[in-house]
Design a protein around this ligand. Structure first.
Ligand code: ADP
Ligand code: MG
Length: 210
């Protein structure tokens, strides 16, 4: 698996470029984003972090992973705000939950990278139906570095690339957690309710013990 550049010689000679971290829910996108941004800070680079203001699931301001690691961020309504807020002295811009932004995020990331900034974007590559999500496909096409991370399928333990919705809603954007989504591999995603998840087993066990 190709991940971020690891040696100094792997980096482009110019300073600006785009990295995308994609995958399903619970695949470790936010953990990986926080890891890269923390290392940039250790290298004394000036780091700015943004997330969509609509995503207040864990914290109004912090970017928080399911593993409880977190980093302070600035919530923004639109990608254009990122251009205004990432000042001339910024070395690295991190953006989480990028799938919630509109297509204008692609041009904003291009402008930031063109101006010499290392841009690291994390987001869901597919929605709950397995369709490419928002601006992510175009970001993948225009990035120098792409990392696809995988969760563990909650039905069979294989690598999971899909976010299976267990909540009854057909909206593309439904903010939710383990109560609304499960990480599933392709066969278990296709099997739908017929694939039994660990979550279902837990509920059945709890009922039996009552
Ligand atoms: P993402 O941003 O992709 O939703 P996070 O970085 O927030 O993912 O969280 C990853 C963490 O989620 C893992 O380290 C693990 O502790 C937890 N986790 C919960 N459910 C799963 C799962 N089904 N597969 C993998 N990790 C899971
Ligand atoms: Mg995340």
């Amino acid at each position: 698996m190709f991940t971020e550049p690891r040696r100094l010689s792997d980096f482009p000679r110019h300073r600006g470029w785009l990295e995308v971290i994609c995958g399903s829910m619970f695949s470790g996108k936010t953990e990986e984003l926080i890891r890269r941004l923390t290392r940039a800070r250790i290298a004394r680079q000036r780091v700015e972090i943004f997330k969509p203001a609509l995503d207040t699931r864990y914290h109004a301001q912090d970017v928080v992973s399911h593993n409880q690691t977190s980093i302070r961020s600035t919530p923004v309504q639109t990608p254009a705000e990122i251009l205004l807020l990432a000042g001339g002295s910024t070395d690295v811009v991190g953006i989480d939950e990028a799938q919630f932004f509109d297509e204008s995020l692609v041009e904003v990331c291009k402008q930031l990278a063109d101006s010499g900034i290392r841009v690291i974007v994390a987001g869901l590559d597919m929605d709950y139906r397995g369709r490419p999500f928002g601006p992510i496909p175009a970001l993948l096409a225009t990035a120098e570095f792409v990392t696809k991370v995988h969760a563990v399928c909650v039905c069979c333990g294989e690598l999971a690339a899909y976010s299976y919705r267990i909540a009854a809603s057909e909206k593309q954007v439904l903010l939710g957690e383990t109560d609304s989504y499960e990480a599933r591999c392709r066969p278990c995603f296709l099997a739908g309710p017929a694939a039994k998840s660990w979550h279902d087993e837990q509920v059945a066990t709890n009922r039996a013990q009552q």
